[in-house]
Ligand binder design. Structure first.
Ligand code: SAM
Length: 219
């Protein structure tokens, strides 16, 4: 990339951090640091790279999207990570959110149902050096039992209800953040906490709009 194009992206990134994240209330220093470090342009096709720090979702392959930077930061902040957690992400997409998560947690297991997306995310994360992320091809509504329990689970596609299997794979004290709604494209972001006695506490965070979660416990 030409030097002036790189400088332009860096200045757009600083604008995104101050206007889209800090000014809207993102406070977690690890999340802000990770959003500064991960090059969002590297997760986009070359013709989309110049929009990398715009305030919105962008198209990726297979008709899917990479989420708006603010929403990525908001969801990761809502997981309340300390840096020691094993995290499950459902919906790898480009791998961008998994890369950000990996700088805020100990390990990230991420599941994608579309094979070409899982494959290109795996290659991209490897090439960029995000070694704490493991990508799996499968139906993420069923979680990834092999590595459970998870101290945090984040779902980046909208579900009709919170999948029971994901609640099952949440550790005691763990947090699950997921868009839930009655139609496939309009949801409320929900946080579920597993209490010490095994019960679950549910909070609504904000309205969101995600692509549908498709699978056995999705649409
Ligand atoms: N986190 C991604 C990123 O940073 O690029 C954005 C994810 S995109 C909004 C949602 C993704 O969820 C899509 O790639 C879609 O294929 C995937 N998805 C939908 N249903 C799924 C399921 N049951 N299991 C795994 N992935 C699923």
């Amino acid at each position: 990339m030409a030097i002036h194009a790189r400088a332009e992206l860096e200045s757009r990134k600083e604008r995104m951090l101050s206007e889209d994240l800090l000014a809207r209330g993102i406070r977690d220093a690890a999340v802000i640091g990770a959003m500064r470090e991960v090059p969002r342009e590297a997760f986009l096709s070359p013709d989309m790279a110049r929009f990398a720090y715009d305030d919105g979702p962008l198209p990726i392959e297979e008709g899917q999207t990479i989420s708006q930077p603010y929403i990525v930061a908001y969801m990761i902040e809502a997981l309340e990570l300390q840096g020691t957690e094993r995290v499950l992400e459902v919906g790898t997409g480009s791998g961008y959110a998994a890369a950000v998560l990996s700088l805020c947690a100990a390990e990230v297991f991420t599941v994608e149902r579309i094979a070409p997306l899982a494959q290109s995310a795996r290659e991209r994360l490897e090439r960029l050096g995000y070694r704490k992320v493991t990508v799996h091809l499968g139906d993420g509504t069923m979680g990834w039992k092999e590595h459970a329990p998870y101290q945090a689970i984040v779902v980046t596609a909208g579900a009709p209800e919170v999948p029971a299997e994901l609640m099952e794979q949440l550790a005691s004290g763990g947090r699950l953040v997921i868009p839930v709604g009655p139609t496939p494209h309009l949801q409320e972001l929900v946080r579920v906490r597993r209490q010490a006695d095994g019960s679950f506490k549910r909070e609504n965070l904000c309205p969101v709009r995600f692509v549908p979660l498709i699978g056995e416990q999705g649409w």
